[in-house]
Design a protein around this ligand. Structure first.
Ligand code: HEC
Ligand code: HEC
Length: 381
């Protein structure tokens, strides 16, 4: 009797073991076909977050539509310490966020929703790619350099496709954005022929980190000093910081994020660097001013590890002492670390896990039926 039960139990286990791989396989091949587009769109959505397309191309909430000298202290604090909270998330990607560049005037971001007349609805894929890589608009004019096309030039073809696929899914929002500045002049560069552009995202850790930091997340736009005359980045001070940013907060300087031991982040642990990405906090617990940490909060654990790997091991250490900031009281905020550490978004294994669970459930069901069947003659006896 007992032996019989053990025997049928063993048969069930064997059955389960034989069935499991084939069932997960069936699930996975089906899932792969139907979710190939979804995966591309999801990748595109992820990129538009960490590349800050979302942050730059989303307008402020209505209450911010007054001259900045009329903003309340709370509004100023939001802009300085967690600017994404000032954005109107009901009008994502509708454009019109102003960028006050001081003597450079005010530049306004474009509507990149799928609206036919005022967004990208009537643009071809090639036209969107040209805007991203070489900074030309559909009408052939040159985009303002605040749009980081110089970084996106080296974006992998796969990622360009993912971003375009995602932008196409955005609901159309009608919002006509007028340029408030003269389009740039000078020869527009040519796009390299397809085969000469990077096809897919690098896999080796330091290379992946370099790609994320420089091509996707544009850290250098603030952290690499520029030549005061030509505004070109100073290449031998890559990510070595030092530019002053003045405003209602006082004055802060972009940090030296090269691995220099005393003037950079060479002594920081990976967890301390992670705290900057996840909660915008310095080693002393002060919330960073102007550092757009909210744009990077959703970075995946792998991408974050690779970025840190590049910052610590793939980058030349530059000796560049950064002046101490002078920050108004309103902008001195202490943060409990790690406030948002739990937001780590791991790689998505859902289809595999769901497939596994479904297969196990089916096997258990079949196994149960078999057990019952085998038990019947036994009890009948
Ligand atoms: C730092 C802010 C910033 C970031 C980050 C940014 N953009 Fe832009 N983008 C702008 C501004 C400002 C303009 C308008 C420039 C102009 O009109 O000269 C613009 C223009 C564009 C245009 C041209 C639209 C038109 O009507 O001419 C496209 C397309 C675009 N951005 C897509 C993107 C995508 C996709 C991303 C992310 C991969 C992105 N942008 C990231 C600020 C930004
Ligand atoms: C819009 C400009 C801007 C961008 C883009 C930007 N940063 Fe920053 N970052 C700053 C400023 C300004 C500070 C210093 C703020 C302060 O002292 O309050 C800072 C501070 C930091 C610090 C703290 C270092 C220290 O010594 O305290 C780290 C680390 C850092 N940034 C890393 C990055 C990385 C990595 C990226 C890209 C993923 C990035 N930043 C993108 C402006 C920026």
């Amino acid at each position: 009797m007992l032996q019989r039960h053990i025997k049928s139990f063993l048969i069930t286990i064997l059955f389960a073991m034989a069935l499991l791989p084939s069932l997960t396989h069936i699930y996975r091949t089906q899932a792969q076909d139907t979710t190939a587009d979804e995966a591309l769109i999801k990748r595109g959505e992820y990129l538009t977050n960490i590349a800050a397309c979302l942050a730059c191309h989303t307008p402020y909430k209505a209450e911010y539509n007054v001259p900045p000298d009329q903003w309340t202290p709370e509004q100023l604090q939001t802009i300085g310490l967690h600017a994404d909270d000032a954005l109107d998330h009901d009008r994502r990607f509708a454009g019109g966020r102003p960028f006050d560049l001081g003597p450079g005037g005010v530049v306004v971001s474009a509507n990149i929703t799928s609206d036919e007349a005022t967004g990208l609805g009537s643009w071809t894929d090639a036209e969107i790619e040209a805007a991203l890589r070489i900074g030309v608009s559909k009408d052939g004019t040159r985009l303002h350099g605040i749009m980081p096309y110089r970084n996106y030039y080296t974006m992998a073809q796969d990622d360009i496709q993912a971003i375009i696929a995602y932008l196409r899914t955005l609901p159309a929002i009608e919002n006509k954005v007028e340029r408030t500045w003269a389009p740039g002049e000078g020869a527009v560069p040519e796009l390299l022929p397809e085969g000469e552009l990077l096809q897919s995202v690098p896999t080796e850790s330091v290379k992946l980190g370099e790609y994320l930091v420089n091509t996707i997340m544009s850290c250098g736009d603030c952290h690499t000093p520029v030549d005061p005359v030509t505004f070109a980045p100073v290449m031998d001070k890559w990510l070595a910081g030092g530019q002053p940013y003045e405003g209602p907060w006082g004055i802060v300087y972009a940090a030296n994020i090269t691995p220099h031991e005393t003037t950079g982040i060479g002594k920081w642990t990976p967890a301390q660097i992670e705290a900057v990405f996840r909660s915008g906090v310095r080693l002393d617990g002060r919330r960073l001013v102007l550092m757009p940490w909210q744009d990077y909060v959703t970075i995946s654990a792998e991408d974050l590890a690779a970025s840190i790997d590049y910052l610590k091991n793939g980058l030349a250490a530059v000796d560049n002492e950064i002046p101490a900031p002078a920050i108004e009281d309103l902008f001195l905020q202490t943060v409990e670390v790690p406030e948002v550490a739990a937001q780590t978004i791991a790689t998505d294994n859902t289809p595999l896990i769901v497939g596994g669970i479904a297969a196990v459930a089916i096997v258990l069901l079949l196994g149960g039926v078999m057990m019952m069947r085998r038990q019947k003659p036994a009890t009948a006896k």
